[in-house]
Design a protein around this ligand. Structure first.
Ligand code: FAD
Length: 414
């Protein structure tokens, strides 16, 4: 049986960064990915979409700026370094970041595609990981395991047969054939899809946007506020009781779920242009309405909801419904085999070193990138913070400091 220091499960950007940083260390590792090739949020690779984070929050720079898998090195290889400098914008297209991630995945020999991890068991000296690749099943022995299974679309049960934003680009042509569409939700994905539809809409075609929020809120990006994306804040957050962490999670909604101010500006500008010739905007923006049900009718969908404040009923019929209703972490079934400490339903205990806590000691460590929002706060789903996380995990696995990250201090004291 193949023996490695660690197995990483799932090749999204977080485990991809882990493999990139581990390349320069003595640790041996392999990453299994069920897809046949790398792709990052394919359904949201929209032409105008940009990253929400600075380009230096790539896979490696915060831990190892000289690493060959940096974004700058990618630009140099592509012959785009100078044009990138001249355009003077640290906010890069999402499609280009996807190309960067793909090129790193192609350069790393430790990633195995078309390989789905179907089981993990403990043994005397770590874990045995079972992998299904096409029709073949193999087993690998690993000292440690890193879960990076990501998240799956979250659609309320009462929403019948809607298109989730994660599938938007693949479904776009079909959606645009309808005369009346609605986007439900008000986070970044909702805004991007609404804007994309609005820009493509034919004269007279209507695209509505509905949210239960009081306003279409923008993302908080104040300089000092951004310091919640720091190791100091993550450690502070991780040390609080669950109740406090959950309360904080709610109060940080604007740091995580608001819309990029530029996207909101583009939406406003597009609406303004559409109505400049005196024509009707043919689109309704509706706030404070909680959508409770989407039901298929013979020709389309009946959408029903309630105004959060007046109690008034909302009812409309649409040809297509797009749900921007978020994601839910994928917790693999095999974790049931382990005596994991749970803080609440689906909320495992994870220490400051990203190790899942267990009731009885295991011979290896179970690390996770997935399902960390309750334990590590808003930084749990931030690309830059994932670099620190990977450095910390590798240091833990090696039992020594491979990457020094603790010296990075914010101005705020937490
Ligand atoms: C549209 C969108 C844009 C975003 N933009 C930004 C941004 O600009 N900046 C930022 O900081 N964050 C952003 N995020 C948030 C976050 O950084 C990303 O969601 C990121 O992709 C999470 O990475 P991941 O590695 O956890 O998971 P994913 O990217 O979801 O990857 C998980 C992988 O695991 C694989 N997998 C699952 N189970 C198994 C198994 N059993 N065996 C093998 N493989 C398996 C899946 O096939 C998948 O490829 C964005 C999120 C979305 C939805």
């Amino acid at each position: 049986m193949e023996q490695v220091d660690f197995v990483a499960i799932g090749c999204g950007p977080y485990n991809l960064g882990l493999m990139a940083l581990s390349e320069r260390t003595r640790l041996t590792g392999v990453c299994f990915e069920q897809r046949d090739a790398f792709v990052w949020h394919e359904g949201m690779l929209l032409e105008a979409a940009t990253m929400q984070t600075h380009y230096l929050y790539d896979l490696v720079t915060l831990a190892d700026p000289t690493n060959r898998h940096s974004y700058l090195n990618y630009l140099k290889r592509e012959g785009r370094l100078q044009t990138f400098i001249v355009q003077e914008n640290p906010t890069i297209p999402r499609a280009e970041f996807n190309r960067y991630l793909t090129s790193v995945a192609e350069r790393l020999e430790t990633i195995r595609f078309s390989s789905r991890v179907i089981d993990v068991e403990a043994d005397r000296d770590g874990f045995i990981v079972t992998v299904k690749s096409n029709e073949e099943t193999t087993r690998v022995h690993a000292r440690h395991v890193v879960i990076g299974t990501g998240a799956e679309p979250l659609v309320p049960e009462a929403f019948e047969d809607v298109v989730h934003t994660s599938a938007y680009r693949m479904e776009r042509d079909r959606l645009l054939a309808e005369d009346k569409l609605v986007v439900i939700g008000s986070g970044q994905s909702a805004a991007e899809v609404y804007l994309d539809l609005l820009r493509r809409a034919r004269t007279g075609q209507s695209v509505d946007w509905v949210t239960r929020s009081d306003v279409f809120e923008s993302l908080e990006s104040g300089k000092l506020g951004e310091e919640i994306f720091s190791l100091a804040y993550v450690d502070y957050f991780n040390g609080l009781p669950l109740e406090e962490r959950l309360k904080l999670g709610e109060s940080f909604e604007r740091f995580r779920n608001g819309v990029n101010p530029e996207t909101l500006r583009d939406v406003y500008g597009t609406l303004y242009h559409r109505t400049a010739d005196g024509s009707d905007q043919a689109t309704e923006l509706l706030t404070q309405i909680e959508i409770e049900r989407v039901a298929r009718t013979g020709t389309g969908y009946r959408v029903e909801g309630t105004n959060q404040h007046t109690g008034a009923t909302f009812q409309q019929t649409y040809g297509a419904v797009i749900a921007a209703t978020g994601y839910s972490p994928i917790i693999p079934d095999w974790v049931k085999r382990f005596p994991i400490k749970w803080e609440a339903e689906r909320k495992w205990c994870v220490n400051a070193r990203y190790e899942i806590k267990v009731e009885e000691e295991l011979s290896g460590k179970l690390f996770t990138h997935t399902n960390l929002e309750h334990s590590h706060g808003p930084a749990a789903t931030n690309l830059g913070m994932a670099v620190y996380r990977n450095a910390i995990m590798l240091n833990e696995m090696a039992g020594e400091t491979l990457y020094e990250v603790s010296g990075q201090k914010p101005f705020t004291t937490f």
